[in-house]
Design a protein around this ligand. Structure first.
Ligand SMILES: [Zn+2]
Length: 217
């Protein structure tokens, strides 16, 4: 019974995070996927399955994968079709514990329109250099490579005609960052929508926040 839940299992937290992001309409019925390293085996991760409704996932629905993106346990569902982005980021960033990908609407509009991600708040300031990539076919190694390259030393990538991908030192922080980025994109777009590009924090405030360290990830 490889999928039986064990105490402290990260899969329970994954289901909670998925439910939270679903309630925020960031993860939709079939759009979006989440992975988290298996605590006792960092070279493996749990990931959401392909094609299942994301609003009512149970721990036993999650699929254990190796860093080749293949399911480890026989008889489980198949991993998300976007698994390669997750394994590529987890491989490239040893400190990343989790990856969240979603089709966040405002983040997508922002990157589709080529508008800048502006430091409009102290939270937003941490993502000023957020990576962005053009459309690449979902599910491909080419997309996984493009995401890793655009992420660089950062923790998030805006994906044109697609969505957003965020890695985190914990699952909850990845979820928090996902929400911050989407909310910030929404407020930036609102400014342009009323014909008023939003005011931004002074450079020295942004520098101070960034120097302050690592509130992100
Ligand atoms: Zn996607």
């Amino acid at each position: 019974m490889p999928n039986r839940e064990t105490p402290g299992d990260v899969r329970r937290e994954m289901c909670q995070v998925i439910e939270d992001l679903h309630a925020l309409q960031l993860i939709t019925a079939t759009g979006g996927n989440v992975s988290a390293r298996v605590p006792e085996a960092p070279g493996q991760a749990w990931i959401t399955p392909g094609g299942l409704f994301k609003g009512a996932l149970q721990p036993e629905n999650l699929v254990r994968i190796g860093m080749d993106g293949e399911a480890v346990d026989a008889g489980t569902g198949s991993p998300s079709s976007e698994v390669l982005m997750h394994t590529a980021v987890l491989e490239a960033k040893a400190e990343a514990q989790a990856v969240i990908h979603c089709h966040a609407p405002h983040a997508t509009i922002l990157v589709n329109s080529g508008l800048p991600f502006l430091p409009i708040s102290s939270e937003a300031a941490y993502f000023v250099g957020i990576g962005r990539i053009p459309f690449v076919m979902p599910g491909t190694q080419e997309l996984a490579d493009a995401v890793v390259e655009a992420m660089g030393e950062g923790w998030a990538v805006l994906m044109q005609n697609h969505g957003l991908l965020v890695a985190g030192r914990s699952l909850r922080r990845a979820a928090d960052m996902t929400e911050i980025i989407e909310r910030t994109a929404q407020v930036i777009l609102g400014g342009y929508a009323v014909g008023k590009p939003p005011p931004v924090l002074p450079d020295e405030a942004v520098e101070k926040l960034l120097a302050h360290g690592d509130l992100v990830a």
